[in-house]
Design a protein around this ligand. Structure first.
Ligand code: MLT
Length: 264
C-alpha cells in the first residue's frame, strides 16, 4: 500500500487486527525484511511495516535523518488514525525508534529493540560509512550488497540456509543509491541515545542474537541495565537479522511480549 505524507509516498504493509505494531527495518533493507512477522503475527496483532524514505517503495527525497524517518512513521500513524503503536526496530530501525521516542513518546505503547545499540558512531565507524558512501556512488547498491552480505547473517544461517543470503542480497542490491547514501549520512549524524535510555518508561524488550557480529550481545546487555523494567532475550544460532534468521523464535518472543501488554 502507499500513503502520501510529508510530500513523499510511503510504501507500507498493514495486516491483522489487535494491538498495532510498527516494524522498522534496518540498513540497507526495506519492509520486506519483516515478511515472517507479517505472516506469523497478524493473528494476534495489527502488523504494520513501512519503507523508510529512500528504501523500497518510499520516495527517495532529502532530508535524511533519524528524526525525519521518525516523523515520517508518525505521519503514517496519523494517516491510519492510530494514536499509539508498539515500535519494533531492528538495528538502524532501533536508532529510528529512539528518535521516535524522543520526539513522539505519547505515540509509543512499547518498544522492541532488536540487534541495535544506543551509542552514536565512533570516528572509525564514520570513516567506514564514508567508504560505503563512495562505494555506493561509484558502483551502486549491488556492490554494497556484496560487501555487507557476509557480516549481516550468522554463520549458522550462512551454512544451512543459503536462500536467506540470496534473498537479503537481492533486497540490498535493489535499493536506490540515493536512499543508501542518505541513510549512511543519517546514521553518521545520529545523536548518542545513551541518555535517552533512562527516560524510557514503556514496556521494552531487547532482542539480540549470539552470532551477531555487527552489534554484539554486550550492547543489548548495556541497554537492558539502563532501561528500567526492560527484558532481554538472546536468540541462539542467528546473526544480525534475528527476525529473518530464526523467525519462529523471534515471533514467539514478540507474541509473548504483546500478550503481556494486552493484560496490562
Ligand atoms: C543495520 O543493520 O541497520 C546497520 O548495520 C546499522 C549500522 O550500520 O549501524
Amino acid at each position: 500500500m502507499i500513503a502520501l505524507l510529508n510530500e513523499i509516498e510511503i510504501g507500507y504493509d498493514d495486516g491483522g487486527t489487535g494491538m498495532p505494531v510498527l516494524f522498522v527495518h534496518g540498513f540497507p533493507h526495506d519492509r520486506s525484511l519483516w515478511t515472517p512477522q507479517l505472516q506469523g503475527l497478524t493473528v494476534q496483532a495489527r502488523c504494520l511495516a513501512a519503507d523508510l524514505r529512500g528504501f523500497g517503495e518510499t520516495t527517495a527525497a532529502a532530508p535524511y535523518s533519524v528524526d525525519q524517518y521518525a516523523d515520517d512513521l508518525v505521519g503514517l500513524l496519523d494517516v491510519l488514525h492510530l494514536d499509539r503503536a508498539v515500535i519494533a526496530g531492528l538495528s538502524m530501525g532501533g536508532y529510528v525508534a529512539f528518535a521516535l521516542w524522543r520526539r513522539h513518546a505519547q505515540r509509543v505503547r512499547g518498544l522492541i529493540l532488536c540487534n541495535t545499540k544506543a551509542g552514536a558512531d565512533s570516528d572509525e565507524a564514520r570513516e567506514k560509512r564514508r567508504a560505503l558512501i563512495a562505494l555506493a556512488k561509484e558502483q551502486g547498491a549491488s556492490a554494497i550488497a556484496d560487501s555487507m552480505i557476509t557480516g549481516m547473517l550468522g554463520k549458522t544461517t550462512r551454512k544451512n540456509r543459503p536462500e536467506i543470503s540470496n534473498e537479503v542480497h537481492r533486497m540490498i542490491a535493489s535499493q536506490p543509491v540515493e536512499g543508501v547514501v542518505g541513510a549512511l549520512q543519517a546514521m553518521m549524524d545520529r545523536p548518542d541515545s545513551t541518555p535517552t535510555l533512562a527516560t524510557i518508561d514503556v514496556p521494552t524488550m531487547l532482542v539480540t542474537s549470539d552470532e551477531d557480529t555487527i552489534i554484539p550481545v554486550s550492547e543489548a546487555q548495556t541497554m537492558h541495565a539502563a532501561i528500567n523494567g526492560s527484558t532481554l532475550e538472546v536468540i541462539a544460532g542467528a546473526g544480525h537479522l534475528s527476525n529473518l534468521e530464526r523467525p519462529a523464535a523471534f515471533n514467539h518472543l514478540v507474541s509473548e511480549f504483546l500478550a503481556q501488554l494486552t493484560l496490562e
